[in-house]
Write a protein that binds this ligand. Structure first.
Ligand SMILES: Cc1ncc(COP(=O)(O)O)c(C=O)c1O
Length: 389
């Protein structure tokens, strides 16, 4: 059966050149421990340095400001936890938005149970937080603002440049989760005014279980999570994941080479998808911002349909999509992102997310458009939710 993968915000296939690079460090003599000063260790240490340079260059940082982690989740935890406890004597207030990935939201909430005062800002109908709301929430105890660059469920790009500028003026540390934006839109730590920035490997055709955290030189941050060795200049204990690190370096390099071309190509496919889906069906709407959204991201709400049933029907036709976040898809709770955008809980179940990637073509989009019509028709007829009118 023809199989089409439309879930690139969930994860991406490992690029063959990335896999090749990783394989080199899983085989032969390239197994050294970079902390060892013998030949094997030094060879690997050089490969880690090169990967660090590539990640740094991609986000406009110095290599010394990049720490390798086990992924976006760890980067978020490391960033937020580290700022919170290092600045405890200065204040205890942390600001975030209601639509953050759980790696941020649950970390902030956990700190709320440990004596920190937390503000979770509301968003508008597009899932966007406003700079005015951020400014209104700041107190003289605010030590951290953490807002994502682009939302994984609805694709909305947040006003992080404005928030970063505001945070800089106020002298408040600003963390940006760029797991979804890197490789798709420009990510530059100076342009964003970010003091810390999280990156994930498997969203950009790299392996799972690897990521990076940018920490601006001079930021009041110390690692407070993992106790152990002096790796990553005391910023992340534990022997480095060498195949993952070189894989991330290669993935970032390829992402930078391909970003501009892919951005234009995927935007055209995305726009066709959005135009056709919202034009063809009644009671369907686009979720997220119509313009300020990721170039590969189309997300919808189908009234009177369960997103899960739609996914299964599409899957039987060879189309792999998602209802929203991959991480919460096994929970029956409606999406916290859609609820925060004001979607009623009964409607939030009808979400469908199509996130395009490097191997998708116009034929894939056309095939989807051919298949989705009968799927929607069939499910609406069967729907216990009933169709209005
Ligand atoms: C915005 C965002 N932040 C963080 C993460 C977590 O990254 P990882 O899967 O590498 O832990 C994800 C992954 O879905 C994400 O979309």
């Amino acid at each position: 059966m023809r199989r089409i993968y439309f879930d690139h915000s969930g994860t991406t296939p490992v690029h063959p050149e990335v896999a090749e690079e990783m394989y080199r460090f899983l085989t032969g003599d390239n197994f050294g421990n970079p902390s060892s000063i013998n030949y094997f260790g030094q060879f690997v240490s050089q490969a880690v340095a090169e990967a660090r340079e590539k990640v740094a260059e991609a986000v406009g940082a110095d290599p010394g400001e990049i720490v390798f982690t086990s992924g976006g989740t760890e980067s978020d935890n490391l960033a937020i936890h580290g700022v919170a406890f290092t600045n405890r004597s200065r204040g205890n207030h942390i600001i975030t938005s209601a639509v953050e990935h759980h790696a941020v939201l649950n970390t902030v909430k956990a700190l709320g149970k440990q004596g920190f005062d937390i503000t979770i800002l509301p968003v508008d109908q597009y899932g966007m937080v406003s700079v005015e709301d951020v400014a209104g929430a700041v107190t003289d105890k605010t030590i951290l603002i953490t807002v994502m660059h682009a939302n994984n469920e609805v694709g909305t790009i947040m006003p992080v440049v404005e928030i970063g500028k505001f945070a800089r003026e106020k002298g408040i540390i600003f963390h940006v989760d760029a797991a979804q934006s890197l490789g798709k839109i420009p990510v530059n730590v100076d342009d964003l005014g970010a003091d810390l920035l999280s990156v994930s490997g498997h969203k950009i055709y790299g392996p799972k279980g690897i990521g990076a955290l940018y920490i601006r030189k001079g930021t009041r941050w110390k690692q407070t999570l993992l106790h152990g060795g002096a790796q990553e200049r005391l910023r992340r204990a534990g022997t480095e994941n060498i195949p993952g690190i070189v894989g991330l370096g290669k993935a970032v390099e390829l992402a930078m080479e391909n970003r501009a071309g892919e951005n234009t190509r995927l935007k055209a496919l995305r726009d066709k998808l959005i135009r056709e889906v919202t034009g063809r069906f009644d009671q369907v709407k686009l979720t997220g911002h119509p313009d300020l959204r990721l170039p590969n991201h189309a997300s919808f709400l189908f009234k009177f349909i369960e997103g899960e049933s739609m996914l299964l029907s599409l899957d039987m036709k060879g189309i792999a999509a998602s209802t929203g976040s991959a991480c919460t898809s096994r929970s029956l709770e409606p999406s916290h992102v859609l609820l925060a955008m004001g979607v009623p809980p009964e409607e939030a179940h009808g979400s469908l997310r199509i996130t395009l990637g490097k191997d998708n073509t116009e034929e894939d989009v056309d095939y989807f458009l051919e298949v989705i019509g009968p799927v929607v028709e069939k499910l609406r007829v069967m729907s216990p939710l009933g169709v209005e009118g």
